[in-house]
Design a protein around this ligand. Structure first.
Ligand SMILES: C[S@@+](CC[C@H](N)C(=O)[O-])C[C@H]1O[C@@H](n2cnc3c(N)ncnc32)[C@H](O)[C@@H]1O
Length: 407
């Protein structure tokens, strides 16, 4: 296990959890002959029951945790998404299935807005890998929307058939990825793809490469070539990730969607931008106590590990199962289309003579959600559907379907 003097020290209890998890991962690497894929390492580090980052006791979300997500910033985020769902409910079942519900903030916000809209029959189901988070979600909904609690349930597995809206905010970036290095063709030698996996070092874990199997190598070459026209990345030695599990997740959701929509929000890009020369080092990012850094082997189990989402791959997976792409746009566009600025103005009017400080905090949070320098542009929303005839207000202006061209 590595220690970085630049990052805050964990408590002795947290360090003990990380050491127990590291011992398990090290045993797994030895059993596998000294090498495991990065996707395997990431799955162990995030989801080992009781020890992994999402499955263990780490605080995770909010100012006392490691990172902050949109619903943790402002309840206006959930209110906006609830209005989008209300539009879709006129064309499909009144049900939301949220995947990876974190602290339960988004669920509580949406249930509150549904009530304000008079939609008191909406069923809300949550699929959450982490038992610890599922308990937190239940407690939060019970506290904030007690009347809705009987209509909320937690599923251990995918429902057979979905008639309603599937929703996931920052789920896909948390799904394990495979990692690669592409060495460009040089003086007579063809290009070479290596799979970057994880081996043991004197200080813990470290990157270890091996020649990629043909199918993976082919995927890497094809994708990087799609960024080449834009940035010339194929002339460089580059590193990156492929989110096979994210694609499989989208395909699974699509297969089960009988009628309704899938709304996914996350940070990432469409293909030509994704494999741009600016990202020649890949998009892996770790979050530990609000420090973002690039070392996935630092304190396993105590930090989040993520990779940006390839939205072209998401669209391809959905189209392959017969879904339609309703729209693809930056988060700022989605939220302004759904009235976030009107909500803010209304709160300003209401707060003018009361709590101006509270309003200033609201305005600051909205700025983070919308600003191109913060979450507004990097985060994207994609809407996918089966059997619906209109995309709804969220995708009314600023849709960028051309950005998904490679789909
Ligand atoms: C980055 S957090 C986002 C949490 C929340 N959606 C938010 O915006 O604050 C990722 C969440 O996805 C959950 N998760 C990861 N893989 C999952 C899967 N295959 N199915 C359901 N939940 C999953 C994690 O436990 C965690 O709650």
């Amino acid at each position: 296990m590595r220690a970085s003097p630049a990052l805050p020290e964990p408590s002795p209890e947290a360090r003990a959890i990380s050491e127990a998890l590291s011992a398990r991962i090290a045993a797994r690497i030895r059993e596998a002959g000294g090498w495991i894929g990065f996707d395997d390492y990431m799955a162990q580090a995030l989801y080992t029951p009781g020890l992994g980052y999402y499955s263990g006791p780490a605080r995770k979300f909010g100012s006392g945790g490691d990172f902050i997500t949109a619903p943790e910033l402002s309840d206006l985020f959930g209110a906006c998404l609830a209005r989008q769902c209300a539009h879709w409910f006129a064309q499909c079942g009144q049900e939301v299935i949220e995947f990876g519900a974190g602290s339960g903030a988004l669920a509580a916000q949406m249930l509150g807005e549904f009530e304000r809209l008079g939609l008191t029959g909406v069923r809300y189901r949550i699929v959450e890998l982490s038992a610890e988070l599922a308990a937190r979600q239940r407690e939060r909904i019970a506290r904030q929307c007690p009347a809705a609690l009987p209509r909320v349930s937690w599923l251990q597995a995918w429902p057979e058939r979905i008639d309603g809206v599937v929703l996931a905010n920052e789920l896909l970036d948390a799904l394990p990825v495979r990692a690669f290095t592409l060495e460009p063709a040089q003086a007579g030698a063809p290009s070479r793809v290596l799979e970057r996996g994880v081996g043991l070092t004197d200080t813990g874990f470290g990157w270890a490469t091996r020649p990629a199997e043909p199918g993976f190598a082919e995927q890497v070459r094809e994708r990087v070539a799609q960024g080449a026209g834009v940035s010339g990345i194929d002339a460089l030695a580059c590193e990156g990730e492929i989110g096979e599990q994210a694609q499989a997740w989208v395909a699974e959701a699509a297969r089960r969607l009988a009628r309704g929509a899938i709304l996914l929000i996350d940070y990432g890009f469409a293909r030509p931008e994704f494999h741009h020369v600016q990202r020649a080092g890949g998009t892996l990012m770790c979050h530990y106590r609000h420090h973002a850094h690039g070392d996935p082997f630092f304190l396993p189990g105590l930090q989040d590990i993520t990779a940006h989402v390839d939205f072209t791959a998401v669209a391809q997976a959905a189209l392959g199962e017969g879904l339609q792409v309703l729209g693809f746009l930056p988060q700022a566009r989605l939220l302004t289309n759904l009235g976030l600025l009107d909500d803010l103005a209304a709160r300003h009017r209401a707060a003018a003579s009361a709590d101006a400080l509270a309003w200033a905090r609201e305005a600051q949070a909205a700025q983070v959600l919308l600003s191109p320098a913060e979450m507004g542009e990097l985060f994207k929303a994609i809407g996918l559907s089966r059997g619906l005839d209109s995309p709804g207000p969220g995708f009314a202006r600023g849709d960028r379907p051309l950005a998904l061209e490679a789909a």
